[in-house]
Design a protein around this ligand. Structure first.
Ligand code: AMP
Ligand code: GLY
Length: 421
């Protein structure tokens, strides 16, 4: 079977790595892929938003399964396009992808179906938003309605900060049309967990829990990033709470989408806050998390090609997935300055080390020139390890990190800290 993976990050590198282990998969293409992914897949120079070109490639090469990494093509309707052309693709339709593409749509679904989330108000104009902000409790959370590459969320501690965020989004249009509409949300306190599940619209396969570290610096300080590291499982979350998350968040959401007449097929990833009143949904994603996927796939004991194929065919109840009881830890190595300005083109040393069987290094922003690796993005590498328990996995991941070096390398030294308490 021939597989096409769309995207170019460490998540897509991990997806290719896992799909390659399937005895059914004979060839893997990645569009556009990267030099790192090119070590295990054939890269084709088509961008993730060139939907027609991607469909034409899938048709010409008789691709048996296309897997989409990032959200943008899903929200743009790549699944609808492929389905129209009778091409097999894994992921939600454009309408179902609105769970991630419009925060207002997601809130509407949650409120109509009793799914717990932060209280919120939606504004299309700055003046009434500012009026609300003059009298509300702080901190308060402001979110651009549409896709803003993870940068559309501001936690404002004062009116002045909130006003600046409103002006940036609604007046200066920093996020373009995605920020014309803004949600103002109550600030929730608690621990965040990433809840992933695969659904064929009826059957639901919960994946193992993971926790991301969104802040750039140790101790959860600094700006929000795309994610600086993950681990799985979470020793601090009981199996009872896991079942509650599955029942009250995942099952409810899949059910809600069916009732709405927009069945959800693909990966549903709910970012949840564990509050004193129980879990509440912070956001939905309609794809695999990055860097959650790196830790999750290290633990997955199943043929990923089979799982994704079965999802498309609506027979997810026929596949069996087991989870390695060991712990996985992913440490993201980023360029100094990320998530703001950073420089590229620094030589990466140590990537050819023999890291041993329990370590995987997935490439996010790298480039190979004359046989030598260089940095080529904000998030550069995901260094992942399996260990007997969380401390052991951390030890192995950080030992691998020690062997890699590039100028201005930035990473968190406390991945998994909440799980150690
Ligand atoms: P989102 O993209 O909606 O997940 O927001 C990005 C990050 O902002 C989340 O991972 C949380 O850390 C934080 N956040 C979002 N919404 C809230 C909220 N209502 N209360 C507290 N923190 C939040
Ligand atoms: N790690 C968060 C995300 O993929 O959205």
């Amino acid at each position: 079977m021939k597989v096409l993976v769309i995207g170019s990050g460490a998540r897509e590198h991990a997806l290719c790595w896992k799909l390659k282990q399937s005895p059914k998969v004979t060839r893997i293409y990645a569009a556009p892929g990267s030099d790192g992914i090119g070590q295990i897949a054939e890269c084709v120079p088509i961008k993730v938003n060139e939907l027609n070109a991607l469909a034409a490639f899938a048709r010409e090469q008789r691709i048996d399964l296309t897997v989409v990494g990032p959200e943008d093509p899903l929200v743009e309707g790549i699944v609808d396009l492929f389905q129209k052309k009778q091409l097999r693709i894994y992921g939600p339709t454009r309408k179902a992808a609105r769970l991630e593409g419009s925060k207002d749509f997601a809130k509407d679904i949650m409120s109509r179906h009793g799914i717990q989330t932060a209280g919120h108000k939606t504004y299309d104009q700055p003046a009434p938003a500012l009026e609300y902000l003059r009298n509300c409790d702080y901190p308060v959370v402001l979110k651009a309605d549409g896709l803003a590459a993870g940068k559309g969320v501001t936690i404002a501690r004062t009116f002045e900060e909130a006003e600046a965020a409103i002006n940036e989004s609604m007046v200066a249009k920093r996020f373009g049309v995605a920020g014309r509409r803004v949600l103002i949300e109550d600030f929730l306190v608690g621990e965040e967990v990433s809840v992933h599940a695969i659904s064929d619209g009826h059957n639901i396969l919960p994946l193992c829990l993971a926790q991301d570290h969104k802040a750039a610096l140790d101790g959860d300080e600094g700006e929000n990033t795309g994610g600086m590291g993950t681990y799985s499982p979470l020793p601090q979350v009981s199996s009872e709470v896991m079942r509650q998350l599955e029942r009250d968040v995942i099952v409810q959401t899949i059910h809600a989408m069916n009732v709405e007449g927009e069945p959800f097929k693909g990966t549903l990833f709910a970012g949840c806050m564990m509050t004193k009143q129980g879990p509440k949904v912070l956001e939905y994603n309609v794809r695999f998390g990055d860097p959650e996927t790196q830790s999750i796939l290290l633990r997955m004991q199943a043929d990923l090609f089979e799982v994704l194929s079965a999802t498309i065919d609506g027979r997810l109840d026929q596949v069996e997935v087991n989870w390695d009881p060991r712990s996985a830890v992913t440490v993201v190595l980023a360029s100094g300055g990320y998530p703001r300005e950073f420089e590229k083109g620094y030589k990466i040393k140590g990537l050819d080390s023999d890291f041993g069987p329990d370590v995987q290094v997935f490439h996010a922003g790298t480039k190979k020139v004359d046989g030598q690796w260089f940095t080529n993005g904000g998030r550069v590498l995901s260094v992942c390890a399996l260990g007997a328990d969380l401390p052991d996995a951390r030890r192995k991941a950080y030992a691998a990190v020690e062997r890699i070096h590039f100028d201005k390398m930035q990473f968190r030294k406390d991945i998994g800290h909440r799980g150690l308490k």
